[in-house]
Write a protein that binds this ligand. Structure first.
Ligand SMILES: NC(=O)c1ccc[n+]([C@@H]2O[C@H](COP(=O)([O-])OP(=O)(O)OC[C@H]3O[C@@H](n4cnc5c(N)ncnc54)[C@H](OP(=O)(O)O)[C@@H]3O)[C@@H](O)[C@H]2O)c1
Length: 261
């Protein structure tokens, strides 16, 4: 059977832990050459060692995605090493929460710097190369909170929503270009990002490997949007057709105790 990922070059940001590490591992296990980016160089080196020992290929490029020149260097380092970028997984992100009453411009700017501009820099740095080859896959990791926002996530939701809006436009602009764009809207994933939160049945945590597998399948099928798990679809539909009931559901399952988070 044809292996879609064999020898493809895939950049994964936020590869030092959590979902990004899982995606990078899975890509490498399928024969992709992976470029590991995040700020924690040591964690990236450890993952690269693990991948190499398993017979895979990995390149470590420590990167702070909030710095445009570092993101440009990440793309250039990949091209210098492997002369191509087939897949960009813009996964790095930061969960920044604050009730709107207490929000300061600095908190909002921090969330925008990571969750919006960090992604934007990745997209605009890789696009000229992908356009020149008329091929490529861009994956943006957003959040179900864009579809069903919950308190007190305003800084996070606002930045991810801005990225979601940009993704919807970019997908139209890329139509016919040979470059696919997939926006991913996951529910709660079992990573350190949300280790301190308590959970309800409608937002049970899913293992990162399950999300990673769904993302790789989505890339192969050139899907444009990926919502998971099933509860996210239900909440999304509820929000669209019965917004008052969706608000009630969020209050019922999420609101209690959120001030402490
Ligand atoms: N966990 C969830 O429930 C959940 C749900 C929906 C969506 N998501 C999204 O999924 C993605 C991965 O989240 P996760 O759960 O795996 O979180 P995580 O375990 O906290 O990992 C976040 C990753 O992003 C990297 N990162 C953060 N700021 C960065 C920066 N300025 N420059 C470069 N890398 C940076 C971190 O690496 P360094 O600290 O080493 O830089 C780390 O590798 C995020 O975009 C998140 O918003 C998560």
């Amino acid at each position: 059977m044809r292996n879609f990922f064999l020898n493809k070059v895939a950049i994964v940001t936020g590869a030092s832990r959590g979902l990004g590490r899982e995606i990078a591992r899975l890509l490498a296990s399928k024969g992709a050459r992976v470029v590991l980016a995040a700020r924690s160089a040591e964690a990236l080196e450890q993952l690269a060692d693990e991948i190499t020992r398993s017979g895979g290929q990995a390149l470590v490029v420590p990167t702070d995605i909030t710095q445009q020149e570092q993101v440009e260097r990440l793309i250039q380092a990949t091209l210098d090493h492997w002369q191509q970028v087939d897949i960009l997984i813009a996964n790095a992100g930061q969960y920044i929460r604050c009730p709107v009453d207490k929000l300061t411009p600095e908190i909002m700017q921090q969330s925008m710097a990571v969750n919006f501009y960090g992604n934007l820099y990745q997209v605009i740095s890789v696009l000229p190369h992908m356009r020149s080859r008329n091929s490529g896959h861009i994956v943006l990791i957003l959040t179900m909170d864009v579809k069903t926002p919950i308190p007190p996530d305003a800084p996070y939701v606002a930045a991810k929503s801005a990225m979601s809006g940009l993704a919807e436009v970019l997908r139209q602009e890329l139509h016919g270009s040979g470059i696919s764009l997939m926006a991913v809207y996951p529910g709660r994933i079992d990573t350190s990002m949300i280790a301190n939160l308590s959970f309800s049945p409608i937002s049970a945590k899913i293992p990162p490997i399950v999300v990673a597998q769904a993302i790789l399948k989505g890339i192969e099928r050139r899907r444009s949007r990926l919502l998971l798990p099933a509860q996210v679809h239900i909440l999304n539909m509820l929000n669209f057709f019965f917004p008052a009931i969706a608000d009630w559901t969020v209050r019922l399952f999420h609101l209690e105790g959120w001030e402490d988070n």
